[in-house]
Design a protein around this ligand. Structure first.
Ligand SMILES: [Fe+2]
Length: 192
């Protein structure tokens, strides 16, 4: 029987199990993701901060298995955009995912290939179901706290990052003030 067990710190989201390391995405890993490319370049030159990290615990990708882990998006902005994850579709498009917010204040931005967009706010104790067919991106709208979520999804779903890398999301979420935002059309979105 294959089994695994990982303990997480429920505030920081970091794994406390020896040998379990996160995957880290610094500013330089996110070229093409933020709308204001020059702002991102300036941030990379300055100190190339850690934007987010998450865990891939290596659960075997077979039907019936559940992959799980935590995601931590740090506070900050690139121009008017909050720090956020790249976002992805699942390779098996019709695969749902659950995110449970452990701490912080953020948004789950979702869109399907037909162009329908949905945004759910996340605060500690709230769960969001990302339906099948929806690309999803976590956005931290706090100025000070990391956005920490626990996620789980069918382990054979796979990740399609390429579609979002090429096209972007149809909507941008822009900071308008302390923990406030507006949603606008992405001028760089490509229909391909
Ligand atoms: Fe996902």
């Amino acid at each position: 029987m294959q089994s695994s067990k990982t303990k997480f710190n429920l505030i920081s989201g970091l794994a406390m199990t020896k040998g379990v390391e996160s995957l880290k995405r610094h500013a330089h890993n996110l070229k093409g993701i933020f709308a204001e490319a020059q702002m991102l370049d300036a941030i990379i030159k300055k100190n190339d901060p850690l934007i987010y990290e998450f865990y891939d615990l290596g659960v075997e990708e077979k039907p019936g298995n559940l992959a799980y882990g935590t995601s931590i998006v740090y506070p900050g902005v690139v121009g008017k955009e909050f720090y956020m994850t790249k976002g992805h579709f699942h390779t098996v498009l019709d695969t749902a995912e659950v995110y449970f917010c452990l701490s912080g204040h953020g948004l789950m931005l979702m869109e399907n290939p037909e162009g329908e967009t949905e945004i759910q706010e996340l605060t500690a104790g709230e769960a969001v179901l990302v339906p099948g067919r929806y690309a999803h991106r976590s956005i931290n709208i706090s100025d000070s706290e990391p956005l920490v979520t626990f996620f789980t999804f069918a382990a054979d779903a796979g990740h399609d990052y390429g579609t979002i890398e090429q096209k972007g999301f149809r909507k941008l979420v822009l900071r308008t003030g302390k923990e406030t935002y507006e949603v606008v059309d992405n001028p760089h979105w490509k229909s391909l």
